[in-house]
Design a protein around this ligand. Structure first.
Ligand code: FE2
Length: 298
């Protein structure tokens, strides 16, 4: 049966009802999913039945999975990232627990793994426990950076062209000082990297998009610290625009998948002590650095 989808917004996202990600995927379906990702950057597969192993199996259709530096993130697989305010054993964690502090940091705009030299391609997030309907917050919100780039004034596009941002896993501690220090190995594995502010998309005829994050640093490089902070704030304000948004209202057993090369995302804050929110994420490893306007691609 062909995959049946509905568009979520004109620019971003489709919803699919008649698909089981826990089964082996045939080639036609896989091609269809890849085409939809290329075109709409986000898919929500409704009513899935997944655990860590079956999520990993589904993810492998799209490439290798990243593994994660922090210990105790998950139950058994190092490739699964617990996006949760509960522990891998199901305990509702205190608001000051580092695992919850990391969740709070995710309410800043970001793409997954921007601190890696090859940042993540796709993320696949499965909602195991979602907030009740009456709760406020907890949505995952996306902003489309192809659209944001197109909407930039020409003089700003020129200004941004040569600029980079430093992305550092360790520097999350500048934003969230209560996080424990990384081990020497973790620091060695993830040294700071820089990525261009304007990136080009290899699957979309090198179409340009904006690329920056707010969860690892709050300034742009190549200028004074003060100017770098001001430019960063200007960019946050610019992309925080409903015209670029897709806001995912979670329902239990949704599996969402997005292209980190196009969409920034954040979780909308919720009452972390009152509600449980638990998702597991598989992340498809990037295979290329972030190409910018001056990259030698061929
Ligand atoms: Fe994220």
């Amino acid at each position: 049966m062909p995959i049946d989808f509905e568009n979520i917004t004109d620019h971003t996202g489709v919803r699919i009802y008649n698909f089981d990600a826990a089964k082996n995927v045939d080639e036609d379906d896989l091609n269809e999913i890849k085409k939809l990702m290329q075109k709409k950057h986000f898919i929500c597969f409704k009513n899935q039945k997944l655990d860590e192993d079956s999520l990993i199996n589904f993810c492998r259709n799209f490439g290798n999975l990243e593994s994660y530096p922090e210990k105790n993130k998950t139950k058994k697989n190092i490739q699964i990232f617990n996006v949760a305010n509960i522990s891998a054993d199901g305990e509702h964690l205190n608001e000051n627990d580092p695992r919850v502090v990391l969740q709070k940091n995710n309410s800043r705009w970001h793409t997954d793994s921007s601190y890696r030299f090859y940042p993540a391609l796709y993320s696949l997030l499965f909602g195991k426990e979602t907030l009740p309907k009456e709760a406020s917050g907890g949505q995952t919100q996306f902003s489309n950076m192809l659209l944001a780039y197109k909407s930039l004034p020409e003089d700003i596009k020129e200004k941004l062209k040569p600029l980079h941002q430093v992305h550092s896993y360790n520097d999350i501690r500048r934003l969230e000082p209560s996080l424990p220090e990384l081990t020497i190995d973790e620091k060695r594995n993830f040294p700071p990297v820089t990525h261009p502010l304007i990136r080009v998309h290899p699957d979309r005829a090198m179409e340009k998009s904006l690329f920056f994050t707010s969860n690892t640093s709050l300034e742009i490089g190549g200028m004074s610290f003060k100017e770098g902070k001001e430019l960063h704030s200007w960019l946050v304000n610019f992309i925080s625009n409903e015209e670029f948004y897709l806001t995912h209202e979670w329902e239990l057993n949704d599996l969402i998948m997005w292209d980190n090369r196009v969409l920034l995302h954040r979780v909308l804050p919720y009452d972390y002590s009152k509600y449980r929110r638990a998702m597991i994420r598989g992340t498809i490893e990037g295979t290329k650095p972030v190409y910018g306007p001056f990259s030698q691609i061929n």
